[in-house]
Design a binder for this molecule. Structure first.
Ligand code: NAG
Ligand code: NAG
Ligand code: NAG
Ligand code: NAG
Ligand code: NAG
Ligand code: NAG
Ligand code: NAG
Ligand code: NAG
Ligand code: NAG
Length: 773
């Protein structure tokens, strides 16, 4: 049972409630292994019980769970005893057009159903049987025939959702032919083994990647797993590897049933490798499947590869156009190694008839390993494909879903997490960041990771040795601390070549911290713009996650608006700062990298350099549009900051470019009114800046909320225009909000209106001075 602890979080004068939906702590014992309660093993066409791999297959003529019309079914025995098992010495034969074979007392829920076929020599040639098998109108096998040449049994496996505690198999011979079956397995498996959106499946491949065959004796659900070597594209691109550690850290009972432990203890591991002059950054497996059917692809992982936490991250791809960042350390209570988990992908192979799965290295020098432990490919049966096509094109491509992974469903008020990110700076000369093309420190950066593996030529040129950062920050001297928060600390520092830097040091092993670190590097290595901070470099040695930016002399925009000792900014300058930030944001949304959503726009994330040029900072929460396929991605964590958060988010759980526009609207009001977006010390109706401000703008009383120090400075037309922009940005419905480009144009116009009148004033004044009356 999930429980709902409620945490009250205190920010100064403000209490927010975060509700976490958590899985029970690991301590609440998990059962020791995957156990199956309700199970039926039937030896067809026989009255004998046969033991086969720890299971008793009960003869169907003596089982009281099985029923069928005696008429027109018969039994058949082999002339020769099978070398595999006695269950293959007999078969039940069906000759009438639609024969039912009924199994009672199955239990309700998802079952694994296995049909065993092994044509043996006898009076009737079983290889001539040609038939269909169906359940409730769901065709399991059609025009099915088992070649006589086969020297091992053919076992067809299905996942079927059974609602009536009774399985009715219908055998339909084609024309004058007949149907047969040697043995039947039906057992209830835990819910979730087949995903809710694909309850009925037929297994086509089950692969133990990087290891040998795992037989049914070594799998709690009697599955067998084949080696992957026949399916890998470039055999040398990845190596077989097996774990020295055998204790797996299961995070939930279901996971224990998902695969054999042996599958999790072997993997194919890849790292950057030149083979035959070719550089491989990914390893691909492909499987022949039936064209146009939808498939569930389940990729199994268990990290025994990384030497310590947070050292291996990589991508999982399907074809070349879907990717998912694999974070192997578990999403629940504790992060650790050796956690078995899986990803499910929904794949429609189209006319290619191939399912392709790849693992790929990230495009950073930090994480240069990837691995895969197991793969299962299953056809989804009983769904109408054409229907799906019309419904939802993108869904028919694929959905990425993590195994029972909802760690944390934060329903409301991420302010407590993000809002206190920056402590108010202590002195006037601080804060963060500015662009610089590459690391310019005293020593040449080298590739070092915590486990001492050496140089790859493919780093971004952005890695900075830890030693250099220790030098720059005087070993993270407390006196150089300029900001801190949930993610860690920010230090001021100076590199050997004199470059002033800000160093963001994430708390080690913070889950949030890592993904933000990752995102920030990914985003910042893609883009460069005058109005976006960019990275000088980063460092991921030992357990450190460090981001190095050029120092931003004037701190954050908020520092210049309220609660600080900085001189007040004149209106022109405020407008220019807003315009700069709008340019940066517009570039994120529409620039070359395209489609990046910042997701955490606020006045503390707009920084000023020594010339008061505004730069958007802190990309830790950004979403990369094109890579992300957020439409199909199930994302549960609340992002952004309370007080700036798009109201649509509460309805749709989606942040879009228009969410950035909303947050920017809040910043515009902050700039105008010089007050925080949430001020809990004010009466309720005034506490939220966006709500409060907008009522004044709508009623034509905008001048009443203007920062008093600006009194008389603002040209009324400029002010009206500005109010208009803010109001548009703060529309409830995202469709009604302008694009950042339109916001930018309007702000530029507001600046023009301001400058024109200012110019006229000066002009008038000088005329009167030159020609005194
Ligand atoms: C049984 O099979 C025979 C042919 O083998 C067929 O003539 C007869 O109609 C079948 N009976 C039923 C009830 O299906
Ligand atoms: C059984 O039938 C199959 C398919 O029709 C045929 O290839 C095979 O030779 C037959 N075997 C015997 C023993 O008749
Ligand atoms: C078997 O299934 C195929 C394909 O679904 C269908 O065309 C055929 O009519 C079925 N045969 C019988 C005997 O039901
Ligand atoms: C990996 O292991 C399997 C099973 O032991 C073996 O068949 C295969 O040749 C190995 N592949 C490589 C690349 O070493
Ligand atoms: C696999 O199962 C067999 C039979 O139960 C057992 O002897 C063997 O030790 C198992 N292998 C592993 C690696 O557990
Ligand atoms: C690179 O590939 C070769 C085979 O082409 C293999 O022997 C070698 O171990 C691989 N190196 C690494 C680091 O994976
Ligand atoms: C994998 O690498 C090959 C070339 O080495 C490249 O063509 C392909 O696009 C890559 N696939 C992915 C998913 O990155
Ligand atoms: C991804 O690749 C598959 C197979 O090549 C193709 O059918 C599908 O349309 C592609 N999807 C996108 C979004 O490009
Ligand atoms: C990887 O990084 C290099 C160097 O920055 C860049 O040239 C290349 O385009 C990147 N590749 C991808 C797939 O993003």
């Amino acid at each position: 049972m999930a429980k709902l602890p409620i945490h009250g979080v205190h920010a100064p004068g403000l209490t927010l409630f975060l509700i976490f939906l958590q899985y029970p702590p690991l301590l609440l014992a998990l059962s020791s292994s995957c156990t199956i309660q309700t199970k039926h093993f039937i030896n067809c066409g026989s009255s004998n019980s046969v033991n086969y791999f720890t299971r008793d297959f009960v003869g169907d003529t003596s089982s009281d769970s099985v029923s069928f019309s005696e008429q027109n079914t018969s039994t058949q025995s082999s002339d020769q005893l099978s070398s595999v098992s006695a269950i293959y010495d007999t078969a039940r034969i069906f000759r009438s057009p639609s024969s039912q074979y009924v199994l009672d007392r199955t239990g309700k829920g998802t079952h694994i159903v296995r049909l065993h076929f092994f044509p043996f020599g006898s009076s009737s040639n079983l290889s001539e049987a040609l038939f269909n098998v169906s359940v409730k109108g769901l065709t399991l096998l059609s025009n099915f025939q088992v070649p006589s040449s086969t020297d091992s049994p053919v076992v067809e496996e299905f996942f079927l959702s059974i609602s009536r505690a009774r399985l009715v198999l219908r055998f339909s011979p084609q024309g004058s032919s007949f149907a047969f079956i040697n043995a039947l397995e039906v057992f209830l498996v835990p819910d979730g083994l087949a995903p809710y959106y694909a309850p009925n499946l037929r297994t086509t491949y089950r692969i133990n990647v990087g290891g040998g065959e795992v037989t049914l004796a070594n799998d709690s659900l009697w599955r067998s797993w084949d080696p992957d070597d026949d399916y890998i594209h470039v055999p040398n691109a990845a190596q077989n590897s097996s774990s020295y550690e055998s204790a797996l850290h299961y995070q939930d009972d279901l996971d224990k049933c998902l695969a054999s432990e042996l599958v999790y203890q072997t993997a194919k591991v890849m790292s950057v490798n030149f083979t035959n002059g070719q550089l491989y950054r990914n390893t691909t497996w492909s499987f022949k499947v039936s064209t146009n059917a939808r498939h569930l692809v389940r990729a199994h992982f268990c990290d025994f590869v990384s030497p310590s936490l947070n050292t291996v991250y990589f991508n999982l791809y399907s074809y070349d156009n879907f990717s998912e960042l694999i974070d192997p350390y578990g999403k629940k209570v504790f992060r650790q190694r050796l956690v078995p988990f899986h990803y499910d992908l929904l794949v429609k192979p189209g006319s290619s008839g191939l399912v392709k799965v790849s693992i790929g290295l990230l495009n950073t020098s930090m994480y240069q390993q990837a691995y895969l432990n197991g793969l299962e490919i299953m056809v989804i049966i009983g769904s109408k494909d054409s229907e799906d096509d019309n419904q939802n094109k993108h869904v028919s491509l694929m959905i990425g879903l993590v195994s029972g992974s909802i760690a944390l469903l934060c329903i409301f008020g991420s302010a407590a997490i993000f809002g206190c990110k920056y402590r108010k700076p202590k002195r006037a000369d601080m804060s963060v960041w500015t662009p610089s093309p590459a690391f310019r420190g005293g020593s040449k950066p080298t590739e070092q990771t915590s486990h001492g593996s050496v140089a790859s030529n493919f780093h971004l040129g952005l890695t900075i040795p830890l030693a250099e950062i220790h030098f720059a920050t005087n070993n993270f001297d407390g006196k150089l601390l300029i900001g801190s928060g949930g993610f860690g600390n920010v230090y001021r520092g100076t590199l050997r070549d004199g470059t002033k830097v800000a160093v963001k040091r994430s708390k080690p092993e913070s889950e949030q911290g890592f993904s933000e670190f990752q995102t920030e590097i990914t985003v910042l290595s893609k883009i460069r713009h005058r109005h976006l901070v960019s990275l000088i470099g980063y460092c991921a040695e030992r357990s450190e996650m460090l981001l190095v930016y050029e120092f931003m002399e004037k701190g954050s925009l908020r520092d210049h608006l309220y609660n600080s000792d900085f001189p007040f900014l004149p209106w022109n300058q405020r407008l220019e700062i807003c315009i700069g930030a709008a340019r940066g944001l517009n570039y994120l949304h529409k620039g070359v990298a395209g489609g990046i959503i910042h997701r955490d726009i606020k006045s503390t994330n707009i920084l000023l350099d020594e010339n008061y040029v505004a730069k958007v900072a802190d990309f830790g929460l950004s979403k990369l549009g094109p890579l992300d396929q957020s439409q199909t991605h199930v994302s549960t964590a609340v992002k952004g900051t309370f007080g700036y958060l798009d109201p649509e988010y509460f309805k749709t759980q989606q942040l879009t470019e228009k969410s950035d526009v909303y947050s920017f609207g809040v910043v515009l009001l902050e700039v105008l009114c010089a007050r925080p977006s949430i001020d809990p010390s004010l009466p309720r109706e005034q506490a939220n800046l966006a709500e409060w401000g907008i009522t004044f703008i709508k009623s034509g009383n905008i001048e009443q909320i203007v920062d008093p120090v600006l009194a008389g400075q603002i040209n009324p037309n400029s002010l009206r225009k500005y109010g208009e922009v803010a109001e548009k940005c703060l529309q409830e419905e995202d469709k009604e909000r302008p694009s950042m480009r339109d916001v930018l144009l309007d702000l530029e116009y507001a600046l023009q209106l301001q400058q024109t009148t200012a110019g006229m004033d000066i002009c008038e004044m000088s005329i009167s001075e030159i020609f005194p009356r």
